[in-house]
Design a binder for this molecule. Structure first.
Ligand SMILES: *Cc1c(COP(=O)(O)O)cnc(C)c1O
Length: 419
């Protein structure tokens, strides 16, 4: 059944059951995918996209019609005023760094209301490391309010906003590498309403990494002023070779753009380096690629649950991002699973990932990513810190079929390594 892959026969039987159980939950994913596709298509048409918009601009990149249309299309999809979508934005962390440095000045306060931020943001803020260029080193105050039972601590947020003026408030939609649940759009909507009531001038920034096109609404639809993400994730559709985006209120996009290039220059500069074609095509593919990733995760969630592992979210739970966690329980199993994911990849399937230390990370880590775009996590990939409960963070899958094969090859590896 699985061609040449010698998948263990009990695993094949369980996979069939997992898929049976998963199938009813695919309908909702297909519905959201169709909705997002219609939105993307309409934005392409409303902006009269033409093949001439794919041309390379070198040098300064003044008045690049294609680049301007790309940013208008992003803004339209997010129902926002403006957007900055550039090849010169190198990652999600870079996009977030530009955003915070663009908005915050010496003496201003940044408040995170979703607890500890994503690992690479800690050094940008200055809560880890000793960079003399962090936000804190630049005289910006940082405060953090923990989540309670995976939801916002309304009382503490209310108190913080009443006590002092918070210039920027940030929310991380996805769980990142934490064990909390991701924050769905309904929850973000409720808290944005409260924030705007108490402190209308506070700028709400949402780290939208891994969340795009998972629900019909994005944070900009429910009160966020700026929304930030990486093109190596959902909106790159596995096609964009680099890049990041920021969408939202024009005034704040200008602040970020002036940090991105230079004051007074803002969005007007920046050669497209021939990346526009891949940005457009990636965005066009993104709804379907996100849907495939979600189906892969639901299948993996159910199959690993049937195999006795603790998984989050469960196959029948509501999702707001493409991350799946699996508690593998032992160091050996986590390593074997990641090695298996690598074995099932189209690129560098011959490589054997090993546990090791990465700069900026407190624990040994293992990462499997045999992707077309280096480090891309909209392609099937898996990583995890080598600490109890040995949790794998799994995400991506350009097509459901490759995703499913990748999961089965990975699990086969665990079964084989046990023998
Ligand atoms: C991936 C991610 C980032 C950082 O993006 P990079 O492209 O890896 O720099 C930030 N926040 C969250 C929640 C993420 O998942």
């Amino acid at each position: 059944m699985f061609y040449d892959y010698n998948i263990d026969s009990t695993l094949v039987a369980l996979a069939q059951q997992a898929e049976q159980d998963a199938l009813p939950h695919f309908q909702h994913i297909d519905d959201v995918c169709l909705y997002a596709s219609a939105k993307v298509l309409k934005a392409f048409q409303n902006n009269n996209l033409a093949t001439t918009d794919f041309f390379e601009e070198s040098g300064y990149g003044y008045s690049d019609a294609g680049r301007e249309k790309l940013e208008k299309i992003y803004a339209e999809i997010f129902d926002a005023e403006d957007a900055l979508v550039r090849a010169q934005i190198m990652s999600g962390a870079h996009a977030l760094s530009l955003t915070f440095f663009g908005l915050l000045k010496h003496g201003d306060t940044l408040l995170s209301i979703s607890g500890e931020p994503y690992d690479s943001l800690k050094s940008i803020i200055g809560i880890t490391g000793n960079s003399r260029n962090s936000l804190i080193a630049n005289g910006i105050n940082y405060q953090q309010i923990e989540l309670i039972d995976d939801d916002f601590d309304t009382t503490a947020i209310q108190a913080a906003l009443q006590k002092q003026y918070i210039k920027v408030l940030t929310i991380q939609r996805s769980r990142g590498y934490s064990h909390r649940k991701s924050l769905c759009i309904d929850k973000i909507e409720k808290i944005c309403k409260l924030i705007k009531q108490l402190s209308p001038k506070t700028i709400i920034v949402v780290d939208n990494c891994y969340g795009e096109f998972v629900e019909t609404r994005e944070p900009t639809h429910v009160g966020a002023d700026l929304v930030v993400g990486s093109l190596m994730k959902n909106l790159g559709g596995g096609v964009a070779k680099t890049g990041g985006y920021i969408v939202g209120k024009a005034e704040f996009i200008n602040d970020v753009a002036e940090r991105f290039s230079a004051p007074g220059i803002g969005k007007d500069i920046g050669a497209n380096l021939n990346q526009l074609f891949s940005f457009f095509k990636g965005l066009y593919s993104a709804p379907s690629v996100v849907a495939s990733s979600l189906k892969t995760m639901i299948f993996a969630s159910r199959l690993l649950e049937l195999l006795g592992y603790n998984v989050a979210p469960k196959y029948n739970e509501k999702r707001t991002d493409i991350i799946q966690t699996i508690q593998l329980g032992t160091r050996e199993k986590l390593i074997a699973f990641c090695q298996g994911i690598q074995k099932g990849a189209p690129i560098e399937s011959f490589a054997v990932p090993e546990a090791g230390f990465t700069p900026g990370y407190p624990h040994e880590e293992i990462m499997a990513s045999g992707s077309f775009i280096s480090g891309s996590t909209i392609e099937l990939s898996c990583d995890g810190p080598i600490i109890p409960p040995y949790t794998a963070f799994l995400q991506g899958g350009i097509t459901y079929e490759y995703g499913k094969l990748g999961i089965l090859i990975a699990l086969n590896q665990i079964i084989k390594s046990n023998n």
